[in-house]
Design a protein around this ligand. Structure first.
Ligand SMILES: Cc1cc2nc3c(=O)[nH]c(=O)nc-3n(C[C@H](O)[C@H](O)[C@H](O)COP(=O)(O)O)c2cc1C
Length: 216
């Protein structure tokens, strides 16, 4: 029998972070608004260095990162993604007001972020199989590895005083992102991470631990 828990329930009420990695793990939050301050290039590199120390399937490191720093490039990317979003929402039958609100929100989030990192996946170094099942598993391992690199970025950013947020939008328009940034043929956009110095604070809860764990 599955146990249902409210997503708003507070998890681990007795847990007290102990500093170091515990603070990083528990205090990181997804931050969507940033101050206009520029992020030093070395800090971006430090965060990306942490990303490539993520574990990966067969240590093949299928992650690729497109760092978008210039305003012109951010605007071009946001416009291209916005055009696709509008088209998709029109096909869903949404009202023009809702479409504009959604597209406007997406545009602002990308263009107002000091740094945008497009997290990509490349299959070039992964194993190749002749059957569909193992090919799919190999692809999933690459996705899992890239996600781990993404998590390292979120944690490392927090650790150096930055904030970040994962946006899934590129998954819905990988071709558009690839074209806008003129990415290498084998780079498959998976996500977009905005990053900068926080201009907001956020609080989150988690379902209680027992909602997600089975002990055997
Ligand atoms: C795979 C994935 C996709 C996400 N996509 C989005 C997104 O498109 N837009 C957004 O604002 N946040 C997105 N998030 C952030 C989540 O909303 C956030 O992690 C969650 O609400 C928990 O909040 P916290 O990160 O502050 O703990 C995504 C997170 C993950 C892991």
């Amino acid at each position: 029998m599955s146990q249902q828990a409210s997503p708003d329930a507070v998890s681990s009420a007795n847990f007290k972070p102990k500093g170091g990695i515990q603070d990083t793990l528990f205090q990181r939050r997804s931050i969507r608004r940033y101050r206009a301050e520029t992020v030093p290039h070395e800090l971006i590199e430090a965060v990306l260095e942490a990303a490539i120390w993520a574990p990966s399937a067969h240590n093949r490191q299928p992650w690729r990162f497109a760092v978008v720093e210039t305003q012109a490039q951010k605007e071009q990317l946001a416009q291209a993604m916005g055009a696709r979003l509008r088209r998709d929402l029109q096909a869903d039958g949404l009202s023009p007001e809702l479409i504009e609100a959604d597209a406007g929100r997406s545009y602002s989030r990308i263009t107002n972020a000091p740094v945008v990192i497009v997290l990509c996946l490349s299959m070039v170094d992964m194993d190749v199989y002749t059957d569909e099942k193992r090919s799919q598993n190999e692809y999933l391992m690459a996705v899992q590895s890239v996600a781990m690199a993404g998590q390292n970025i979120l944690l490392a950013a927090h650790d150096v005083g930055l904030s970040a947020c994962w946006m899934c939008a590129p998954l819905f328009c990988p071709d558009v992102v690839k074209d806008a940034l003129n990415l290498h043929e084998d780079w498959q956009p998976q996500a977009l991470l905005t990053m900068g110095y926080a201009a907001e604070t956020r609080e989150k809860t988690r379902k209680p631990l027992e909602a997600s764990v089975t002990w055997r």
